[in-house]
Design a protein around this ligand. Structure first.
Ligand code: Z5A
Length: 211
């Protein structure tokens, strides 16, 4: 595969209620037929089954190591069956969360710095050269994001949503560290703005990445 013909792999990440899904879908609409919306955990048939496990109430007592392994298992299947074929076919993939979330939720927010070395080793092997072209952090204060997410109603909230504010502050810190310090291709968009402006700012970053 000629790397120049490969499609672009764009990750949108952010804390609860940052607007990732809203913005990712709007961006795909604006980019047209060659762009595909995907999400994590999930994105492939088998990874969607792992998603059910990860977000079920049974998962609320699982530790960070168990979650780390399951998120990476789902990600590998998603990469193999969806991401790699689509990129090789020249498609643009807009992915709602990716490994930046594993770093923020399982390592930083759950206080497991000992997982970090393993994180980079697994990443290197599982991504196998298919690193995202850009990570876009939709940055929002957790209190504001949680208010937005909460408006969906209790029944729609998973066990991550229901964690205390301090957990979400740590997630936010982890995402910022990942995007600003751990990778060299991170960008930040102010997600507290009106939705149309957030979409426009995100599209500007994507357009720059595609040049
Ligand atoms: N997780 C993990 O721990 N480790 C990992 O490696 C991965 C994930 C990949 C997946 O949840 C969970 O898995 C997630 C992290 C963990 N934790 N949680 N919860 P999910 O896929 O079910 O949901 P989510 O990714 O957390 O989605 P979200 O944060 O709840 O929502 P969002 O996609 O960021 O926002 P939205 O649905 O687009 O918008 C939320 C509401 O705000 C909605 O009513 C919008 O109309 C409104 N909105 C959006 N933008 C705006 C603006 N700009 N202004 C005003 N209102 C807005």
């Amino acid at each position: 595969m000629n790397k120049n013909k490969r499609g672009k792999f764009i990750v949108l990440d952010g804390g609860e209620g940052a607007g990732k899904t809203t913005v990712a879908k709007a961006v795909v609409d604006k980019l047209g037929w060659n762009a595909i919306y995907t999400r994590e955990p999930g994105g492939s048939q088998y990874a969607e089954k792992i998603r059910e496990l990860l977000l079920s109430d049974d998962a609320k007592h699982s530790d960070a190591e168990t979650q780390f392994a399951l998120f990476w298992a789902a990600r590998r299947d998603f990469l193999k069956h969806v991401v790699i074929p689509a990129l090789n076919d020249g498609k643009t993939l807009i992915t709602d969360r990716f490994d930046s979330s594993t770093y923020a939720y399982q390592i930083v927010a759950q206080g497991n710095p000992k997982l970090e070395k393993l994180f980079w080793q697994v990443r290197d092997t599982f991504l196998d050269g298919y690193e995202p072209d850009v990570y876009i952090l939709l940055d929002i204060e957790p209190t504001e994001g949680l208010t937005r997410a909460g408006s969906r109603g209790e029944a729609e909230l998973n066990h991550f949503d229901k964690r205390k504010l301090n957990f979400h502050l740590q997630v936010n810190q982890g995402l910022r560290d990942f995007v600003l310090k751990k990778v060299s291709n991170g960008e930040v968009v102010d997600a507290s703005q009106g939705v149309e402006k957030v979409i426009a700012d995100t599209l500007e970053v994507i357009t720059k990445t595609m040049e």
